[in-house]
Write a protein that binds this ligand. Structure first.
Ligand code: XMP
Length: 212
């Protein structure tokens, strides 16, 4: 398995087949992240396939009642998913249902990268962080393109791993995000829409350099 701080989000196969893409960048990255577009296209089998190449973070942003969250989480873990992303705003019981066994790595969303994030969720990150921590999360999602929130989150996150999307297309810079507290940066379109994903990822890894 590759190491480092880069997580590649594979949300589209318009330019590159997901398995080929994962294979080509696997030495430079910590994990890939899959979301609804790829799972709806390929089925849950894609999680199993990618898991033979690298860690697979399943970003379904679970936001349902505990029973439904648990049923989905069970499927993801059976398919070999490394971690599951769920929304913290549904509360403790819903989050704990995702972590239905100790071995589930739960990553809880406490703030978001897009402008709409400022309408609701981003004003509540402190409370959401508390819920995420008490639910036994492995990590949290905090915006890599919002240095103010990210650096505040870092001060309160304790041992939780911070995963930060919003890098590249959404304006965030990998090194700045890491300096502000990101343990891992999540990059999607900048990689999967590129003609040369391997160069993009290897250059990013060199830029991160000593922060690796
Ligand atoms: P791009 O193309 O913008 O893709 O690099 C980013 C990837 O990360 C997801 N994303 C988020 N996930 N909280 C999350 O949990 C966020 O605030 C957030 N912003 C982007 C997005 O779905 C895509 O897969």
């Amino acid at each position: 398995m590759g190491e480092g701080k880069i997580v590649v989000a594979i949300d589209s196969e318009l330019k590159h087949n997901a398995v080929d893409l994962a294979r080509s960048v696997s030495d430079y990255i910590y994990a890939v992240k899959v979301n609804w577009p790829l799972i709806l296209e390929r089925g849950i089998g894609i999680v199993k396939e990618l898991s033979s190449i690298t860690r697979v973070i399943c970003d379904l942003k679970l936001a349902d009642i505990p029973n439904t969250n648990r049923l989905i989480a069970e499927k993801i873990i059976s398919a070999g998913g490394f971690a599951i992303i769920a929304h913290a705003f549904c509360g403790m019981d819903s989050l704990k249902a995702v972590k239905f066994t100790e071995k589930v790595r739960l990553i809880s969303v406490i703030a978001m990268t897009h402008p709409g994030g400022d309408e609701y969720i981003n004003g509540h990150w402190e409370k959401l962080l508390k819920t995420a921590t008490e639910a036994g999360s492995y990590g949290i999602i905090a915006p890599g393109n919002n240095p103010v929130i990210l650096s505040r989150v870092k001060k309160s996150a304790g041992e939780l791993k911070i995963f930060s999307p919003g890098i590249g297309t959404q304006g965030g810079d990998p090194v700045t995000a890491i300096k502000n507290g990101a343990d891992f940066i999540i990059v999607g379109r900048t990689v999967y829409d590129s003609d040369d994903p391997v160069s993009v990822v290897s250059e990013m890894r060199s830029r991160i350099g000593s922060y690796d």
